[in-house]
Design a protein around this ligand. Structure first.
Ligand SMILES: [Mn+2]
Length: 401
């Protein structure tokens, strides 16, 4: 048993208060911040002054350029994700630890559309964030390199052509070694994103951890492969077995019975919100890791923003009350990322036309930034070499069921 560190409040002068108290998360956060470098920030300032010209004579803070370059000010600038550099030449994507890519596709939507504006909405509100997280003691600018690779060119009139574009784009990013972060788009993109990753897995396998209120496992919907269908098709790929599909937060009045039958037949792993709260968050994490990693080599995270209670995420296609609280979802996500070899993340179903005060897009930003921070804390980022599960030139094999 290790001894808990103690924290003496340096601001306390009272003799009654001289007992050491248990170290708080906040006290540890204050200490961690002191260990983070400022190198990336200093480089950003120098570059800003060089490219954006020194500020006017009346500006006393000489780190401020005339033209906004980089993070500051948060209300200015070109909205890439977290103001990361825009990577125009995607052939260079392997030079970065993380590649953020938008998939502005909402033709798989069966009710409220608008997720084609999801990538733009998420990028816009991401400007609110700095790259530093207090509790986690992570500064993404200092610790990893991120690029924004822009958007995949999707074809609104044709899901299948869009899927082909998405798979090709995600396969390209994944095989480069950059960690792919995908901004949806509706959930139909879950099939082509996983298919793209599987193209470079060879004989390795991926477990899918799926946060959602909906099962998304039916074969077709409205005669096409819509956003209710990605896991039927993804788990037909030999590299993505259905017994490694973990579905967290499922429940309510919007779960199609056709999909439920498929979950039963293929023995996917479902926890409802009540399951998660009754067993406790840590037990739910154990359940997810055990099932997703049983016989697989890595985990793909598909985060449907509607897994969170509809009150927190109004800007989505099928809002459903009774979902996870934001802090529950973030806790589950953080613990999973800390302990699993994660090969990619998608955040889907953010529909800015239905959003209020950008709150849904902000939640998506939080999910993405937390994932990156936990990848840093677990040593998965920055990349020292390509992860072992990436095969140089493999193609996915379909299972006939
Ligand atoms: Mn959903």
């Amino acid at each position: 048993m290790t001894e808990e560190p103690t924290f003496q409040n340096p601001n306390s002068h009272s003799s009654n208060n001289s007992q050491p108290i248990r170290a708080t998360e906040a006290s540890r956060a204050l200490e961690r911040e002191a260990q983070l470098p400022m190198t990336g920030w200093q480089q950003e300032v120098s570059k800003g002054l060089e490219y954006g010209l020194e500020g006017a004579d009346s500006i006393q803070d000489r780190s401020i350029p005339t033209f906004s370059r980089g993070e500051l000010p948060h209300y200015a600038g070109i909205n890439t994700f977290l103001k990361a550099p825009y990577l125009e030449d995607v052939r260079q994507v392997g030079n970065y630890d993380v590649a953020v890519v938008g998939v502005p596709h909402d033709s798989g939507t069966t009710y409220r559309p608008g997720t084609r504006f999801g990538p733009q909405g998420i990028r816009r509100i991401s400007a609110l964030y700095s790259p530093y997280n207090f509790e986690l003691g992570v500064d993404l600018r200092e610790q990893i390199t991120i690029c924004d690779a822009g958007d995949i060119f999707t074809i609104p009139a044709n899901n299948e052509k869009s899927f082909d574009q998405i798979s090709k784009g995600i396969a390209h990013i994944f095989s480069s070694g950059a960690f792919p972060i995908i901004l949806g788009g509706d959930h139909s993109i879950g099939y082509p994103t996983v298919r793209g990753i599987c193209r470079h897995l060879g004989d390795k396998k991926v477990g899918i951890i799926h946060f959602d209120r909906h099962v998304d496992t039916q074969e077709t919907d409205l005669d096409e492969r819509m956003h209710t269908c990605p896991w039927f098709h993804a788990t037909n790929i030999k590299n993505a077995p259905p017994q490694n599909l973990v579905q967290l937060g499922i429940g309510g009045w919007q779960v199609p019975r056709q999909g439920v039958k498929v979950c039963r037949e293929r023995a996917t792993n479902i926890l409802t919100v009540t399951d998660i709260t009754e067993m406790g968050l840590d037990a739910a994490v154990e359940f997810a890791l055990e099932r997703a990693l049983d016989g697989t080599d890595c985990v793909y995270i598909s985060f449907d923003i509607d897994c969170i209670d509809a009150g927190f995420v109004p800007g989505t296609g099928w809002p459903e009350p009774g979902g996870l609280l934001p802090r529950e979802a973030l806790y589950l996500l953080g613990k999973i990322v800390q302990r699993a070899p994660v090969c990619g993340l998608e955040v889907v179903e953010v529909s800015p036309p239905y959003d209020i005060s950008d709150i849904t897009a902000l939640m998506a930003t939080r999910v993405i930034c937390d994932t990156m921070a936990h990848l840093v804390l677990s040593g998965q980022l920055p990349r020292k070499e390509k992860p072992y599960y990436i095969h140089p030139e493999a193609q996915p094999e379909l299972v006939v069921r």
